[in-house]
Design a protein around this ligand. Structure first.
Ligand SMILES: *Cc1c(COP(=O)(O)O)cnc(C)c1O
Length: 457
């Protein structure tokens, strides 16, 4: 049986035969195969060593829940290109929209002669993001670029400079976002000096905090430091991922985010939700902030926004977004017309194909299996996350002491068996699962079987 969301003939709402990629795992031989090996050798000779790869296989096609490589191997995709192809790779509406737009025009620069699709993406984001206040949106290319712009906008609006970020936070690889990012290796090491006026405070990390630190207590712990060490009157913005991504899929205790948002409101600080990884149905809500009804002043989106095309956005309160002077925001490619066409198609796919429900189904299926694994295996310390953003934190049995070697070992075994999984966490001891919402239950179950076996070995 194929998934409701993906048949070998395309999506349910589109019966045209197109990306006829079989939805089954298939290994021709040991990975990587000969053609991937050849290409890896060329990569080493041509591509900067700093650009790493999780798996040494080169892709040729992808769709549903499968990535096919140059040797004809078909891998189960639990990565979605790091939470990007949430609506599926080569999603039919996205493919059509991109082809049509590329045939019409590829670029004019929105700052030179604008076009409608940029405005339509802004309208969609203003409509879909949390809160029914008046909003404005500006478009950029990458998540990091959008986070930087959110900080620029908050500084311009408040006339203040300081920015607070959190332990285990990840916000990108540009200079300002490296400063916001917590983890040294590999993101920051040797790349300083970093942008000034960035302060880091503890987050809410229920697995490590223990039960006595509830959301309100964790918020107070962070805000006391901010008040003592920065001063609310100097603070432009507080930047937080509502569920941390690279930091380990850390879901804060209930009440943590609302308490931070409320403090920001009371102190004239711009509350910036970085939903680059959590956005666009990934967590079973359109945005992770929706889960507790938190309304950020600015919300940053990217990754899942455009079905694989590079696009990012800052959306927020009109009076904040409109603070910077005309010409103060922008960029050559920001809101590229092909990326905008893709975003409109990706948003339509989420809304029309019921992908929020699909993300919640995936959560139920994965958590049921992973909780069973946890019962049998004391090294699985925590199972957490929401929707199709699920992780297991691996520890020395009975402790919270990280076991990064086990995470590496299980990931490597999964890779050998043809399952794309990623690790994360400040200590590298978290296995994370980010399947496309077009994956079938069968593929998901098979991937979980393989992971379970990897733990047993
Ligand atoms: C990936 C990510 C970014 C950076 O996005 P890029 O497109 O890689 O620049 C920022 N914030 C979060 C939460 C992310 O997951």
């Amino acid at each position: 049986m194929t998934s409701k969301y993906w048949t070998t003939a395309g999506s349910v709402n589109d019966a045209r035969p197109m990306n006829s990629l079989p939805q089954s795992r298939h290994l021709v031989g040991p990975l990587p195969g000969p053609r991937s090996r050849e290409l890896m050798a060329r990569k080493s000779g041509a591509v900067a060593a700093g650009v790493g790869t999780t798996m040494p296989v080169f892709a040729v096609r992808a769709g549903g829940g499968i990535v096919e490589d140059v040797d004809g191997n078909r891998l189960i995709d639990l990565g979605s290109g790091i939470a990007v192809t949430t609506v599926g790779n080569s999603a039919p509406r996205v493919v059509d929209a991109v082809a049509a737009q590329a045939g019409a025009f590829t670029h004019t620069c929105f700052m030179v002669t604008p076009y409608e699709s940029y405005v339509a993406v802004a309208e969609a984001l203003n409509r879909l993001t949390p809160g029914d206040h008046e909003k404005r949106t500006a478009l950029f290319n990458s998540g990091a670029e959008a986070v930087e712009n959110a900080v620029k906008i908050a500084r311009s609006y408040t006339g203040r400079q300081a920015v607070v970020a959190f332990d285990h936070g990840y916000h990108g690889r540009t200079n300002l976002t490296m400063a916001l990012t917590a983890k040294n290796m590999p993101y920051k090491h040797g790349f300083g000096p970093f942008a000034p006026e960035v302060y880091r405070v503890p987050t809410s990390y229920p697995f490590r905090d223990g039960k006595e630190v509830d959301g309100a207590t964790a918020a107070r712990r962070a805000l006391t430091l901010v008040e003592k060490q920065v001063g609310a009157e100097n603070l432009a913005a507080l930047v937080i991922e509502p569920i941390q991504g690279e930091g380990g899929f850390v879901e804060p205790a209930p009440g943590f985010l609302p308490a931070l948002a409320e403090w920001c409101r009371a102190n004239g600080v711009v509350f910036v939700a970085d939903e680059v990884q959590t956005g666009f149905a990934r967590t079973g809500d359109l945005f992770a902030c929706d889960h507790e009804g938190v309304v950020p002043d600015l919300i940053v989106t990217a990754k899942g926004i455009a079905g694989g095309l590079p696009l990012s956005a800052v959306t927020g309160r009109a009076e904040i977004m409109d603070a910077p002077h005309a010409g103060g925001l922008g960029g050559t490619y920001g809101g590229n017309p092909i990326a905008c066409a893709a975003a409109i198609a990706a948003i339509a796919t989420i809304e029309e194909d019921g992908l929020l429900d699909r993300a919640r189904q995936i959560e139920r299926l994965m958590k049921e299996r992973l909780h069973r694994l946890q019962l049998d295996d004391a090294r699985v310390g925590d199972v957490r996350g929401r929707g199709a953003m699920i992780a297991v934190e691996l520890v020395k049995p009975g402790t919270t002491e990280p076991d990064a070697a086990l995470a590496r070992g299980v990931a490597a075994a999964a890779h050998r068996a043809g399952v794309i999984v990623l690790t994360c966490g400040t200590d590298g001891n978290v296995l994370r699962f980010l399947p496309p919402l077009t994956i079938s239950d069968e593929l998901l179950t098979e991937a979980l079987d393989i992971l379970t076996e990897a733990f047993a070995n």
